[in-house]
Design a protein around this ligand. Structure first.
Ligand code: SF4
Length: 432
């Protein structure tokens, strides 16, 4: 009889796309996929290092599994597994811990362990991780998150991602094109290009054998993110592409100009800002100043007045005084953006931000978060109401709840409408 597997993701869209790929690898190996709430033979948890309580969440999930299926095999992978493999191995009930390099060898590792063995840790130094594994998620076939880049060479003082995911590396343009064509052939309509530092995409040329037998990515310095989107724009079948998140210093004028003229790349950018104070940006070791951010937003809005712009901001990072925070609030208030993703700073082991003083008290961090979430709500309301009466193209998704369905306009305005099966996975002209 076939074995069953249930998978669960903690964290970002990139993790979701990787969990989908792990699921497909296991299905190809004969496993039957089950819902995480059901009883299964194997459970896989793909963890995140950004989640404040990664440890707690992971423990809780493992405890739930133990109550439900004490005989099941439990595998923990993802960023947290790379950063703290021993801590995870000590969680009672965990059988296998897979670090960044071993994640996609899951089927092989499962064959080599038996329930009751001592916990196996398969992890290596993150410096040695240099293989890229493409992955994509499929949500109702409508919107697919396609990973084209992984890792990051930046060293923002608050961030553990480079330690969990390793150096920046990318797929080859040829491979991305092949994946996009296959997603289109499967009925996908919209692809969201994802990566850890997406704008740092440099096409891998091929996999070259290294002296010690491992594979190494050779890169083509000339084929960057701009080259990638120009090629993807030519592919028939996919009606929409979105760029998930791109650093302001890597969002070049030519990319903005290209998107403004493209029929397939949607007028929607998500650009991390993190702070509106140059002093804090410096302490964070971000690679731009707020003036550059202002220029980017101004150019986008000149070329695409209807463009949706989302912004990531961190509140309460070390050194952020009341005056610095006010500078951020004023900066964002005056900026023509559409919504914010607000993160509350939390301490991460082994980051240089831990040395920055003064530390902002937790209650003040939460107060600042609230202020920016309110601002985000106002920005979103303003952006949406500007479009009332306009007709825009909406891609409706399959999910139905209480007789309603949801979809997004080209410029990312969420539309809720009475469910109509004929509209699912189609682009519909919609008066807002
Ligand atoms: S750009 Fe900075 S915040 Fe983003 S993953 Fe790299 S180090 Fe982390």
């Amino acid at each position: 009889m076939s074995k069953s597997v249930a998978l669960h993701t903690l964290g970002c869209k990139l993790n979701f796309s990787e969990t989908s790929t792990l699921g497909r690898l296991l299905e190809d190996d004969g496993f039957v996929k089950k819902d995480f709430n059901e009883v299964a033979d194997v459970y896989v948890i793909n963890t995140c290092s950004v989640t404040e309580n990664a440890d707690k969440e992971c423990r809780q999930l493992v405890r739930r599994i133990q109550r439900k299926a004490p005989e099941a095999m439990v595998v923990i992978t993802g960023c947290y597994a790379q950063l703290k493999p021993k801590e995870i191995a000590n969680i009672p009930g965990v059988d296998l811990v897979l670090g960044a390099a071993e994640k996609f060898n899951i089927t092989q590792h499962l064959k080599e362990i038996t329930k009751g063995d001592s916990t196996k840790i398969c992890s290596c130094d993150i410096e040695d991780v240099n293989v890229f594994t493409a992955s994509h998620s499929i949500n109702d076939r409508t919107r697919t998150f396609l990973k084209v880049q992984d890792g990051c060479n930046y060293n923002c003082s608050f961030c553990t991602i480079p330690m969990a995911r390793g150096k920046s590396r990318s797929d080859s343009i040829e491979n991305v094109i092949a994946n996009v064509k296959s997603i289109a052939a499967g009925g996908g309509k919209e692809i969201v290009l994802t990566g850890i530092n997406l704008g740092d995409f440099i096409s891998a040329q091929s996999l070259l054998p290294k002296e010690n037998g491992d594979n190494k990515l050779a890169t083509d310095d000339k084929a960057n993110f701009y080259s990638l989107i120009k090629e993807l724009d030519k592919i028939d079948g996919i009606e929409r592409f979105r760029i998930s998140s791109i650093e302001p210093n890597l969002l070049t004028n030519e990319i903005i100009e290209f998107v403004s003229n493209s029929k397939r790349f949607m007028p929607h950018f998500h650009i991390p800002l993190q702070s509106g104070s140059n002093k804090i940006l410096g302490l964070m070791r971000r690679r731009y100043k707020k003036e550059l951010y202002t220029e980017r937003v101004a150019l986008i809005k000149t070329m695409m007045p209807h463009c949706c712009i989302g912004v990531d901001v961190i509140v309460g990072s070390p050194g952020e005084t009341e005056a610095d925070f006010k500078e951020t609030v004023d900066f964002l208030t005056n900026l023509d953006i559409s919504y914010l993703h607000v993160f509350t700073y939390s301490e991460r082991a082994n980051t240089t931000a831990l040395d920055i003083k003064p530390v902002v008290p937790i209650n003040i961090r939460h107060d600042r978060n609230k202020i920016l979430r309110n601002l985000s709500y106002q920005k979103m309301q303003y952006f949406t109401t500007q479009h009332i009466g306009q007709t825009r193209k909406v891609l409706f998704e399959k999910h139905e709840a209480n007789g309603m369905m949801e979809g997004y306009t080209d410029n990312y305005i969420k539309i809720t409408a009475p469910h109509n099966a004929d509209w699912v996975n189609t682009i519909t002209e919609w008066k807002i």
